[in-house]
Design a protein around this ligand. Sequence first.
Ligand code: ADP
Length: 386
Amino acid sequence: MALPDKATILAVLKNIAGPDGTANIVEQGLIGADDITLSNAKAIITVKVPAEQAQALEPMRLAVEKAVSAIDGIASALAILTAERQPGTGSPANGAGSPASSLSSPTPAAVAPAGPDAGIGDVKSVIAVASGKGGVGKSTTAVNLALALQADGLAVGILDADIYGPSMPRLLNIHGRPKPVAGRTLKPLEGYGLKVMSMGFLVDEDTPMIWRGPMVISALTQMLNEVQWGPLDVLVVDMPPGTGDAQLTMAQKVPLAGAVIVSTPQDLALIDARKGLNMFKRTEVPVLGIVENMSAFVCPKCGERTDIFGHGGARDEAARIGVPFLGGIPLDIEIREKSDAGTPIVIAAPDSAIADIYQEIAAKISQALGQESQAAGRQPPKIVIE
Ligand code: ADP
């Protein structure tokens, strides 16, 4: 069936009344053609709303989803509220604006019910796995560390916040869509015992998507707050790569117990990793340490180790800036092959030397989380502008 065009979708959306009841949401400028992303019969619609009305407009958000999913040729629709307007004004805000995710408000009393046990209230520690740039093995590290923490007896979840390139569906070989359990709450999917939520369950991994800052934050807060996560000991957040505004805001919005920075040994990556570190320092999130990924090449035939990129860069850098060095994971074809096969190496070869390294790193993280436990339950950190 042919994909409907944006004009068709806008025509349908014109049947939905805007917040003031006098005109429809398209005429009121809440949705334009640029706010519709269409791919493989899936539609994502961002609705620009004044931040202070985000909760009250939840029925409107649902009406948008319902109306668009009923259009011939559309298999599913996701509507996200973004606050690109200054509260109380009809004009777009300067800059990225603030998120207006339906549950991201600091005033829980005004929040529409998201269903029982929604959110991260029963999660003891949320940790971020971050990198200064893409392609350094952040997601591979995040998933193997999550599984290693679980092998240590912890209840673990993983939130794939890398919405630019969600990889958890592939890494954990999970297909399907999260089901609503009550209200707006989604039940996370499960992979090898991990509770998993990923934007990849809602949109295809191959779909090129352009995310604007507020959309990123809105999507992340929904995945944190409208998912039945708990009880969990640790929720590992696979952050989007980079250190832009979206990442900074996320680091500030999520009550992180700590951050793990993944870096390759190349100098350039270390410069990027430094940016990542600075980002967490600015948000007062404790950096649990640096993981050096692809630290050396181990020949699959003879087992000889070659330090292709030089050795010890991340360890030296960690010592220089006073951040723990958590460990080095070699560049090993098995890691990539097992990842591609949807069986991370900690699952596929739990007794291997590489799985041992992940276990050692996980043990250091658990220990650090124990030490940070006094900080648990604290409010999201404030951004300190230096
Ligand atoms: P990022 O999340 O930083 O973008 P990924 O985790 O997706 O990076 O990894 C990028 C690619 O590198 C993937 O194909 C992955 O299988 C591979 N990879 C990651 N770490 C290793 C490693 N230590 N050895 C071999 N391949 C790796």
